[in-house]
Design a protein around this ligand. Sequence first.
Ligand code: AMP
Ligand code: ZN
Length: 459
Amino acid sequence: MKIYNSLSRKKENLVVENNTVKMYTCGPTVYYFPHIGNMRAYIFMDLLRKSLKYCGFNINGVMNITDVGHLVSDSDEGEDKMEIAARRENKNPYQIADFYTNCFFNDLSRLNIELPEHVEKVTNIIDDMINFIKELEKKGYTYIIDDGVYFDVEKFKKYGELSGKDLSKMGVNRIDENKQKHHPFDFALWKFVPENHIMKWPSPWGTGCPGWHIECSALGEKYLGNSIDIHTGGIDHKPIHHENEIAQNDAKEGKQVVKNWMHVEFLQVDGGKMSKSLGNLYTLNQLIEKGYTPIDFRYMNLLTHYRKSLNFTFSSLDSAKSALKSLKNLVNEHKNQNYITKQEILDNYNKEFIDAISDDLNIPLAVGVLWKMLRNEQKSNDIYNQALKFDKVLSLDLDKNDETKTQEEIPQEILDLANQRKIARENKDYKLSDEIRNKINEMGFNIKDTKEGYELSKI
Ligand code: AMP
Ligand code: ZN
């Protein structure tokens, strides 16, 4: 498996111990409904996990739920997002976190995104974070000013390597707003908070709450130790959050902790940034209200490589929706067909699929292999089964065709008629069976005979 490592800026072979990939994913800040851009990041995580599994790796994955301490700006300025949301909704920050964490899990589940093995709320690991900061303090990487404990980036020689920041250049014209930070890139490990702050904990340095970056370092260490194979996140996290994670990890351990960084590019809307003020910030629920399924949106995501930005428009979602429908119909046409496809042919498609996913997760190409196989090969249940194997990675519910879904919404009256018709056919009473069919049609439904019996759909 080759992956593009944002740190070395090249594609590298993934080398892991004991065939197990230790993987960390930055989780959401749960102060509002997740939007479809966030979902792109987690669809990417899911595709990566499932591709690795398809290629024979085991995964030990970890993700945080940020329920405290992420300030409005990534660089320690502004207010805590959780406390702002609590005031807005007249709730306490814990209620806010619970509510939006559930919304997040619900979206993941509807998009067929599998959860990592360990998912932890940040408020559950306050002690781990305090211990981590103590270690950094012992090693001389921290200092204390009026509003908190800070990491001294100039003491960490490799600071800025991931995003190509040059500390010395920034040092010349410092924007030192509070005149206390040693360097503008220094970041908070522990923030002292005012008395009226709800989320606060005692610490050796004073009552406060953790800085935003320490959570990922502490949680990663808790479950994965001091060597992590892959760390994923959105591209926006590369210049600040991930630089700071690297500084914390590597300063504490005295060695490189994360071997590979993988960043997913942004989902944009109509070619630009998604924002509430532009009225173009969509949630999964809003797409569903407009008549799309979560899997239509998932399919749309599969068509653009994760290192390219994805431009969301409703017309491209429409295309994805109709393409997915055709794809499912095509899969269904292969179901239960008796023709036997040679094993060699199946193996070749499987190899092409693996080649695509193991070339830095080229999912668009892998989807192309699926289409090619379904279109070019003679209809056979072997091809159907192979498509379902590919679906272990793609997770498009290829085994559920739309007819099966509508079947659930068929009124009991129609189901009764369909059963009567089935009995009539078994008794070879075709006159009666035709009469019942007409009645079903008049009531707005189609009935199609299948090997298993029948399939009903709305006209
Ligand atoms: P946050 O809750 O803001 O920390 O975001 C959760 C995840 O979504 C992070 O990995 C972000 O990098 C990612 N993310 C946020 N906005 C977008 C977007 N428009 N496209 C892709 N990923 C995004
Ligand atoms: Zn993180």
